[in-house]
Design a protein around this ligand. Structure first.
Ligand code: WTA
Length: 645
């Protein structure tokens, strides 16, 4: 057996105590309806549901539609009511080294205060609230307060630019924006509220939907923080002053819980709609089983930001629905130094650590002496998400971080799927490094060719989800047709969801996800569309045309490489390239800045005028060119190559 297909079975000790078991697969397959209903009953329903899936208006699904529940009550109050109020919900660690623990009782008070204030300013169920905040407890409190009132939150990653924030606020029609005065970046305070001011504009340009901006004091860096009277209020003067007693109302299972904007193959980000009962069911079920969560023992840590779906499902809804104790860390992994994560694991006795392959590869670069300087024996389970993990990084994670003791769950899912879809079950599955192994009980996936024929083991094709699942997106905000076109048109005849990823089953039946097959890039686990970056580049006055591709990158998975044609020749390419990168940061986010911009005389196009990105990828990755026979002018590459040399 070669080292690449070495399998890692769970230890007998792990198996003996695991939440999951083999029988779940057959139970779910034999009666999915009953299996999911059983999972949904893990939640507290104010009005019990009598129905599961309704697929009569496919691809628009409902789940448990006649039931009513309150998501915040499920994540907070019910644990307090069960006598667990003194348990720590959140161990929060600030970047400068400050920290704060919130018990479930305290969390309930804080969420209730926020709910009371939000209601007092006239917000009613169905209204949208934008949250643009660093990783402070108030961000989670704000999300839960929205959930408590049936408001729909849309969290915008605080690394996004003001232009990106504005686009999302407008699309969602948000009435309120919640932010902080500033955020810490590698120990230094950086402004954030001013980005909100810029985004919301004034006068004729003012964001039409926004009535209030609530500001949490975090950095306190600016005594003259710009303030719009009547619109802006401090959290400390409003929420913090409100009553900690709030009577919750129950909402329909299909009440929209959040919108989360994500990149697609076309320019404008789309607002993925998630609702309450089905989403929370799958979030809670996967958290319990895939992380083998035991409430009395575990300290869970998901290192994502709440600006991404991973933060929604595995920092907020999944852990809290299960009454977990978790770490929420505000900053970067190397602030103040590379020991930060390991210090936190050691200090709080973290048992379950969930991160992205890109960070594992960064740890590898820093060297094993960093984790080796710490006692990491509290760890018992490790997880990864966001991109395929290369087997070498998997083994390093297993050995150096997990002490050859902890199962690793490689979890494949998407903003659209709401929660884990493919993953091993710890205590059940023998893992193959680099493979997400297969669909979880209750989930169904296939690998198919262009015509929807299932492919034999070993052959590479498209990953499709051929059965609806409770946490599935319910649509794209305000655009029914785009939802159908984007996800359901590729295999319309069969009625399957097309995930946008390539995959294959290996000869032992393990499922490997191979990365996006569309024009979506994956940089450090962040989804960025080529079209979005191209339109930002073309917005620069000197740029006539741009083509962007994701090229393989050792640390970040993919790196963004751009090829641009100028309006007119210039002798200062370096200055232009700097300006173009800044343009992308302003239009989207610094995370979308191209790693490399090549100024070229021409772009390779087919006779029908399509840019051949595949060939640009070959160039960027230093490969021999693929088939160039459909190109108008193959000599274009000589010119491109000479520019890069
Ligand atoms: C990729 C993140 C391989 C995939 C939760 C997917 C993965 C996209 C994995 C969704 C994994 C996520 N193995 N690829 N374990 N997890 N991906 O919406 O390409 O930010 O389509 O959701 O990330 O990214 P998103």
């Amino acid at each position: 057996m070669s080292s690449t297909d070495q399998v890692y079975p769970p230890s007998p000790e792990f198996v003996a105590q695991a939440n999951a078991n083999e029988a779940m697969y057959s139970r779910a397959a034999n009666d999915p309806e009953e299996f999911w209903a059983e999972q949904a009953r893990r939640l507290d329903w104010a009005v019990p549901f009598t129905r599961g899936l309704d697929w009569s208006d496919a691809p628009f699904a409902t789940w448990f539609a006649d039931g009513k529940l309150n998501v915040a009550v499920n994540c907070v109050d019910r644990h307090v009511d069960a006598g667990k109020g003194d348990r720590v919900a959140i161990h929060w660690v600030g970047e400068p080294g400050d920290s704060r623990d919130l018990t479930y009782s305290q969390l309930k008070d804080e969420v209730s205060r926020a709910a009371n204030y939000f209601a007092s300013i006239g917000l009613v169920a169905g209204d949208r609230v934008a949250i643009y905040m660093p990783m402070v407890p108030e961000a989670i409190i704000a999300m839960l307060a929205c959930a408590r009132l049936g408001l729909t939150h849309t969290v915008v990653f605080a690394g996004f630019s003001s232009a990106a924030l504005r686009a999302r606020v407008d699309d969602a029609g948000a009435k309120v924006v919640i932010t902080t005065d500033g955020q810490f970046r590698r120990g230094e305070p950086a402004p954030l509220k001013t980005a909100v001011d810029e985004a919301l504009g004034s006068g004729d340009d003012a964001a039409p939907s926004v009535e209030k901006v609530i500001v949490v004091r975090r950095t306190n860096h600016d005594p003259d923080l710009p303030w719009v009277a009547g619109r802006d209020v401090w959290w400390e003067d409003t929420v913090a002053e409100a009553s900690p007693v709030h009577e919750p109302e129950a909402f329909d299972a299909e009440q929209p819980l959040f919108l989360l904007y994500t990149s697609g193959t076309t320019g404008s980000p789309k607002g993925i709609v998630h609702t309450s009962g089905g989403y929370l069911t799958q979030a809670a079920y996967t958290f319990h089983n895939v992380f083998d969560h035991k409430e009395a023992r575990d300290v869970f840590w998901c290192t994502a930001d709440i600006g991404w779906v991973t933060g929604h499902t595995y920092i907020v809804y999944g852990p809290l629905a299960n009454g977990a104790t978790e770490i929420v860390y505000e900053g970067t992994p190397n602030s103040p130094d590379e020991h930060r994560h390991f210090n936190i694991i050691e200090k709080y006795g973290v048992t379950t650590y969930y991160t992205a392959p890109t960070l594992i590869r960064t740890f590898m670069k820093w060297g094993r002496q960093v984790p080796d300087a710490h006692d990491l024996t509290s760890l018992r389970l490790l997880g990864t998400v966001g991109e395929p993990i290369n087997p070498e990084a998997w083994r390093w994670y297993y050995d150096v971080i997990g002490g050859n003791r902890c199962p690793i769950v490689d979890t494949w899912w998407q903003t659209e799927t709401g929660a884990h879809m493919l993953a091993p079950l710890p205590g059940v599955t023998a893992c193959v490094p680099g493979s997400a192994m297969g669909p979880l009980p209750g989930i169904s996936a296939k690998v198919v060719d262009d015509n929807g024929n299932e492919l034999p083991q070993g052959e590479q094709g498209y990953l499709v989800l051929d059965k609806p699942w409770p946490g599935m997106l319910r649509g794209i905000w305000g655009d029914r047709q785009r939802f159908i076109d984007t996800y359901w048109s590729r295999f319309a005849e069969q009625g399957w969801y097309f995930a946008g990823d390539g995959a294959r089953y290996d000869e032992n039946g393990a499922l490997w996800v191979l990365g996006r097959v569309d024009d979506v890039m994956n940089v450090s686990g962040h989804r960025i569309s080529t079209a979005e970056v191209e339109s930002a580049l073309v917005a620069h006055p000197a740029v006539a045309e741009a083509a962007v591709i994701g090229a393989a990158d050792e640390t970040t998975g993919q790196g963004i490489v751009a090829f641009v044609i100028l309006m007119e020749e210039s002798d200062d390419h370096d200055a232009l390239i700097t300006q173009m990168r800044d343009q992308v940061a302003v239009d989207i986010s610094p995370i979308a800045k191209p790693r490399e911009i090549n100024i070229v005389p021409e772009l390779p196009k087919t006779r029908s005028g399509k840019i051949m990105r595949r060939l640009l990828k070959d160039v960027a990755e230093g490969r021999e060119l693929g088939d160039t026979s459909t190109l108008v002018d193959p000599s274009v590459f000589e010119a491109i190559r000479s520019q890069r040399a």
